[in-house]
Ligand binder design. Structure first.
Ligand code: C2E
Ligand code: CA
Ligand code: CA
Ligand code: CA
Length: 268
């Protein structure tokens, strides 16, 4: 039994080493990619559920080599998420400036915890806004649950930017471990309900209703993610959710396609 345990430890160590090597390889390729035009940004519509109007678009990074879930963790570990995130932010502000001028569309950008710990994060955001001409009120920063808890610097950055008019959204709400108290205490404007809440089951609707009601009582706007069908959209309207995002309303697409979508004025 002892020998088997040792064998298992050896196998485990080998697997761990392989994961680390794979991550290192990803980081090296990503470092080069950042210097070329391999990194692009796609945009997915977020609509007012009652009307279908596109209120905002979410900027989602694209790299032909790998999907985001496969390289964002490596980018976070290595710190490369800082230059990568800035590149996405700047591209998103630039793309959204004419959309906002013509249609009033906002843009929402994912920000990793690592970026929020940079001392000059607020400066970086302000510079992206100034250089693009996008007003602060048209920018939303998406952070994940838990990021906010216990970090004075992060809260200070977000408070500063909110004074300019930037809004803050909590992403993937309901997947983390944070308590509900931070919803009341922290600098946020929008709650994005994770798509796992839409998974069919007896608890699905009551849970969404409870989260939407709680969010509204705190003055937050609610967005449900992962809306794939008209039926889901209709249920969300009935539950009082404000906005929706998902394949039913549109897939993430290149900027040119979003320009065309906004011109035709339909979200679905
Ligand atoms: P997220 O922020 O929760 O983004 C939503 C993800 O759900 C996107 O995956 C999107 O393509 C996908 N999605 C949208 N609608 C539907 C739907 O109806 N059904 C299903 N099943 N999925 C849908 P994507 O683009 O692969 O991004 C994955 C994650 O990678 C994002 O999750 C986010 O956490 C991270 N990410 C993407 N871009 C960035 C970025 O620029 N910076 C940072 N820090 N993270 C990013
Ligand atoms: Ca997001
Ligand atoms: Ca999300
Ligand atoms: Ca996510």
């Amino acid at each position: 039994a002892k020998a088997a345990g040792k064998d298992r430890a050896v196998v485990y160590e080998a697997a761990l080493r392989e994961t680390r090597l794979r991550r290192l390889a990803i980081v090296e390729r990503l470092r080069t990619a950042l210097l070329t035009d391999e990194i692009t940004v796609h945009y997915q519509p977020i609509v007012t559920l009652r009307t279908g109007r596109v209120d905002a678009v979410e900027a989602l990074v694209r790299w032909q080599a790998l999907p985001p879930d496969a390289f964002i963790p490596a980018a976070e570990d290595s710190g490369l998420i800082v230059p990568l995130g800035e590149q996405v932010l700047r591209a998103a502000c630039r793309a959204a400036a004419p959309w906002h001028a013509r249609h009033g569309t906002s843009v929402t950008v994912n920000v990793s915890p690592r970026q929020l710990r940079e001392p000059d994060f607020a400066v970086t955001v302000r510079r992206a806004l100034l250089d693009s001409g996008l007003p602060a009120t048209a920018l939303i920063l998406e952070i994940t649950e838990g990021v906010l808890v216990g970090s004075a610097l992060t809260t200070a950055h977000l408070n500063e930017l909110r004074q300019d008019g930037v809004r803050v959204a909590v992403d993937d709400f309901g997947t983390g471990y944070s308590s509900l108290a931070y919803l009341r205490d922290l600098p946020i404007d929008i709650l994005k309900i994770d798509r796992s809440f839409l998974r069919p089951g007896p608890a699905s609707e009551p849970m969404i209703r409870a989260v939407v009601d709680l969010a509204h009582s705190l003055g937050l706007v609610t967005v449900t993610e992962g809306v794939e069908t008209a039926e889901q959209a209709a249920v969300l309207v009935a539950l009082g959710c404000d906005r929706g995002q998902g394949w039913h309303f549109g897939r993430p697409s290149p900027a040119e396609q979003v320009t065309a979508l906004l011109e035709t004025g339909t979200g679905a």
